[in-house]
Design a protein around this ligand. Structure first.
Ligand code: UDP
Ligand code: MG
Length: 316
């Protein structure tokens, strides 16, 4: 099979049929064999029954239903595990992305040898204040921290070589950073393609402005995890050890100077009047705690290599 098209959705009943018929049309025009994975991320409208009806008529449709809203990352992860096409394409269900872009994205992966082609909504049809401007800042921060040169990390329309989605673990809100996860996993041929975008024809956005706060925290996590996630001891152990040593040496120095004073017959200098006493004490305590944190981190990694943070209600 040429293509797996993955569509996470939350209450998008109005768009699904039109979305499917446009995908079907463009794929048959280009002779591409495909499957579509609709992942219903806990919709409370008629989305799932529409998917079930579509599946009865069209064998290339597959569906995954979550019992509640787990989030877009979990939805993508569940479909990534099951997708069997050579090229995997993700797109939003709200018709903001154009299915007509699919053949060209497919071609860039298949024939130009890219691992990931990420859509770039160069001309964007969203609210300027709540989305376009914050998103520019956010993308600049993501570029700088991750070193992955993309203008539009959060675009729903992306294409992947199959191996890429099989080797990354999308969790939390990390769907924004799949190219960064892939780059960390060693897939470096990443490019972007300007794609068409339109205003949402139905429904409203499923993410509020808190997305930027969460997105930014995730970015810091990702930076930290990609540097030290595999070896927490390299960070916590190193900082902890240095702090402990400084604290310990200061204590010895304090002790010696006290003994020297005493041997000279000076008894007035109380150790507890010296600021270094408290600094050294704090450093030794903090250093030990950091060391323990690193050690616990290593233990957790060893015992908890596999984490599945969702359940699937049904796969059809
Ligand atoms: N979505 C989802 N789970 C969620 C939130 C969103 O599956 O918890 C889907 C949503 O239905 C849509 C896509 O993710 O297909 C992108 O969401 P949306 O269009 O609301 O985001 P925006 O375009 O505002 O960035
Ligand atoms: Mg949208």
């Amino acid at each position: 099979m040429n293509l797996s098209i993955i569509i996470p959705l939350l209450n998008e009943q109005e768009s699904l049929e039109e979305l499917f018929s446009r995908i079907d049309k463009v794929c048959s025009n280009h002779d591409l064999s495909y499957e579509i994975w609709f992942v219903d991320d806990g919709s409370t409208d008629l989305s799932w029954s529409i998917i079930e009806n579509l599946k009865v008529q069209h064998h290339q449709i597959r569906g995954i239903k979550f019992p509640r809203n787990y989030g877009k990352s979990q939805a993508l992860h569940a479909a990534f595990e099951r997708a069997s096409g050579d090229v995997i394409i993700t797109m939003d269900a709200d018709l903001q992305d154009f299915p007509e872009e699919i053949p060209e994205l497919y071609d860039m992966i298949k024939n130009e040898g890219y691992d990931i082609v990420s859509g770039w909504k160069k001309k964007r049809f969203d609210n300027v204040m709540t989305k376009n401007i914050p998103s520019k800042l956010f993308n600049a921060a993501a570029r700088n921290l991750s070193g992955v040169e993309l203008h539009d990390f959060n675009c729903g329309l992306k294409a992947y070589r199959k191996q890429v989605v099989k080797s990354i673990d999308v969790y939390g809100d990390m769907h924004r950073y799949i190219p960064v996860l892939a780059a960390n996993a060693g897939f470096r041929k990443i490019t972007e393609k300007p794609v068409q975008h339109q205003a949402r024809p139905y429904g409203t956005s499923k993410f509020g402005t808190e997305r930027f706060v969460r997105g930014f925290l995730d970015l810091i996590t990702l930076w930290f995890v990609s540097r030290f996630g595999g070896r927490p001891m390299h960070f916590f152990g190193a900082v902890g050890t240095i702090m402990f040593i400084v604290g310990f040496l200061s204590t010895i120095w304090l002790g010696i100077s006290k003994l020297v004073d005493v041997s000279k017959g000076i008894y007035g200098h109380l150790l507890t009047n010296n600021a270094w006493f408290f600094i050294a004490l704090t450093m030794m305590v903090l250093g030990t705690l950091l060391f323990i944190a690193g050690f616990l981190g290593e233990m957790i990694i060893r015992t908890n290599r596999q984490h599945e943070n969702y359940h699937i209600e049904e796969v059809i």
